[in-house]
Design a binder for this molecule. Structure first.
Ligand code: 3PY
Ligand code: MG
Length: 252
């Protein structure tokens, strides 16, 4: 079967978006908007596992992959999203090879890792236990976030870790760690991002990034630099932009 992970590793351009509101309605709307994947953000939001599960149910059946950005590089946080709906896990703040190895181990069943076995939503509450257990390590995409100067400095060793399928740049944390929070198009940051993209290319790993405020310039730059796992905006951005546009109409 051509799973999301296989498509990702083949270099296919996979464009997603982001949910921070926790709204299953937002999940349904985004899942009908042409994205390949949608991530629930459990780091910068109040989304807990119940809301994540409701979001996964909203996405399910619409030909779109559910991803989760877990709250931190934590074994149980990763296990729960994989059990309840994620086929792609995005782990924030991975700064070195050891942290990348920990992320991979949390996402993989033994002997490759330490993910616990249990009946859960993703194995159809036990009905498909054997089939799911046999395929999960191959089918689940593990993406580590590169969002600090330390991670950029360690990028070669991070992308060398077996089981890391790709990286995902968080431009806001990245700019913060270089002392220029929010200045995501500063040459220091674009330079650091290029370093990350080149390291991915050298090591056959997928390069990704969150384009938090998409513009034609930053989207075409990301495509021309070879990023193939891209998140555009997110529910809060889309609501805010549309609200501002509506008020602009009124003013005009
Ligand atoms: C960042 O920009 O730091 C992010 O984590 C975006 O998702
Ligand atoms: Mg971040």
């Amino acid at each position: 079967m051509n799973t999301f992970r296989k498509r990702l590793l083949s270099g296919e351009l996979l464009v997603g978006s982001w949910i921070q509101t926790g709204s299953p309605a937002a999940a349904e709307i985004l899942a009908e908007s042409g994205f390949d994947w949608i991530a629930a953000d459990m780091e910068h939001s109040s989304i807990a596992i119940d809301e994540f599960t409701a979001i996964a149910r909203g996405i399910y059946g619409r030909g779109v992959i559910t991803a989760a950005r877990v709250r931190e590089n934590d074994t149980l946080a990763i296990r729960q999203v994989l059990d309840m709906g994620a086929e792609c896990v995005i782990i924030p703040m991975v700064n070195n090879a050891e942290e990348a190895e920990r992320a991979v181990r949390s996402a993989k069943y033994p002997p490759a890792g330490v993910r616990g076995f249990g009946y859960a939503r993703m194995n159809n509450w036990g009905r498909d236990f054997a089939e799911y257990a046999a395929n999960a390590n191959e089918d689940i995409a593990v993406i580590v976030m590169i969002e600090s100067k330390e991670a950029v400095d360690n990028i070669e060793e991070i992308v060398s870790v077996e089981g890391v399928d790709g990286v995902f740049i968080g431009p806001y944390d990245m700019s913060g760690s270089y002392g220029i929070p929010g200045q995501t198009s500063d040459p220091i940051i674009t330079e650091a991002c290029s370093r990350v993209a080149k390291a991915c290319k050298r090591h056959g790993k997928v390069a990704g990034q969150h384009i938090v405020l998409p513009t034609s310039e930053n989207v075409s730059r990301a495509l021309s630099e070879g990023y193939s796992f891209i998140a555009l905006g997110g529910d809060i951005i889309f609501v805010r932009r549309a609200a501002e546009e509506a008020m602009e109409l009124l003013k005009k």
